[in-house]
Design a protein around this ligand. Structure first.
Ligand code: ADP
Ligand code: F6P
Length: 324
């Protein structure tokens, strides 16, 4: 039976991602435009259990669409993985008059959203992660910004690497997924792209490629290595020893998660935030908003969590063939 929506809550959970603020802003302003009240929950599920809950008005989300991070803060919360924690979270929602919740985060946060929904709070998830590793959607809030940030940083490393005729290994984020690495690999014209989904752990292939490229007159060799493979520093030492070519490793790290969101992240996050509110008003629960085949759609969380996705074979082949 659909709960009548009067007040909705919004929280961000898991790793922050640029564009989360645009999504929060959209939830707040759309809900108020539709005649609802909004409460912001600080620091994800941890803030919910600690009752860090604030009223939000349209002016509270002014001047933030362009800012990275999340103004609500985010956290990881073990207690919310327990049935007791989840039940308490739902009770706290009821105590504060929250009938519906928008959770912005990754797969783990969706599990929490499912739990809230099971415990009687209508809940909708939005895909917020730089990793693009949520199977149900072709777009996640933050990926576009993270890739552009990494691409710009890699261009800079490539300049100095070329000047010194070095080999560079640049490690990008992505947890166990290689999407950031694949995109940077193509966008930066890397000679080798190492993805957790594809890597055969045969370093000799890379070494042969470097030697081959030197013979062809290439003055640099750029390897994009995904965090899911890691070990960039030791890889650099082994490659230098085997090729005699100076090799440096750079781990881009958290810079990829910060910074002002791109237009795409601002716009898509805004549409997703607004759509989450309309889905709640329609009485739906236990759904996630996805971007699929050029459209914003919603889907059951369980169905979304059971989906799998992988690196496109064609894109990987293109990346390999263009790096000659
Ligand atoms: P992400 O949402 O980016 O995948 P995490 O996996 O760290 O990040 O999950 C974020 C938070 O979501 C966790 O700290 C926890 O509070 C909650 N969460 C994760 N898994 C579950 C689960 N199985 N049940 C309930 N809550 C969960
Ligand atoms: O999920 C986003 C992400 O930045 C991953 O790319 C990375 O593996 C992870 O979060 C790092 O998490 P933490 O902030 O806990 O170090």
């Amino acid at each position: 039976m659909a709960n009548k929506m009067e007040t909705i809550g919004v929280l961000t959970s898991g790793g922050d991602a640029p564009g989360m603020n645009a999504a929060i802003r959209a939830v707040v302003r759309m809900a108020i435009a539709r005649g609802l009240k909004v409460k912001g929950i600080k620091k994800g599920y941890m803030g919910l259990l600690n009752e860090e809950i604030i009223d939000m008005q349209p002016k509270d989300v002014s001047d933030m669409i362009q800012r990275g991070g999340t103004v609500l803060g985010t956290a990881r919360c073990l207690e919310f993985k327990t049935p007791e924690g989840q039940k308490r979270g739902a009770e706290i929602c009821r105590k504060h008059g929250i009938d519906g919740m928008v959770v912005i985060g990754g797969d783990g946060s969706y599990r929490g959203a499912q739990a809230l929904s099971r415990n009687g709070i209508n809940t909708i998830g939005l895909p917020g992660t730089i990793d693009l590793d949520i199977a149900c959607t072709d777009y996640t809030i933050g990926f576009d910004t993270a890739v552009n940030t990494a691409m710009n940083a890699i261009d800079k490393v490539k300049d100095t690497s070329s000047s010194h005729e070095r080999c560079s290994i640049i490690e990008v984020m992505g947890r166990n997924a290689g999407y950031i690495a694949l995109w940077c690999g193509i966008a930066n014209g890397a000679e080798d792209i190492l993805l957790p989904e594809k890597y055969n752990f045969n370093e000799q292939d890379i070494i042969n490629n470097i030697i081959e490229n030197r013979k062809k007159g290439k003055t640099h060799h750029l390897i994009i290595n995904a965090e899911g493979i890691g070990h960039s520093a030791s890889m650099a030492r082994r490659i230098e020893a085997a090729t005699g070519i100076e090799t440096r490793a750079t781990i881009l790290g958290y810079m990829q998660r910060g910074g002002s969101p791109t237009a795409k992240d601002r716009v898509y996050a805004s549409i997703m935030g607004a759509k989450a509110v309309d889905i709640l008003i329609a009485g739906k629960t236990n759904r996630v908003v996805c971007y699929k085949h050029g459209e914003f759609v919603d889907m059951d969380i369980e169905e979304a969590l059971n989906m799998t996705k992988n690196i496109s074979e064609y894109e990987f082949e293109v990346a390999r063939l263009l790096s000659v």
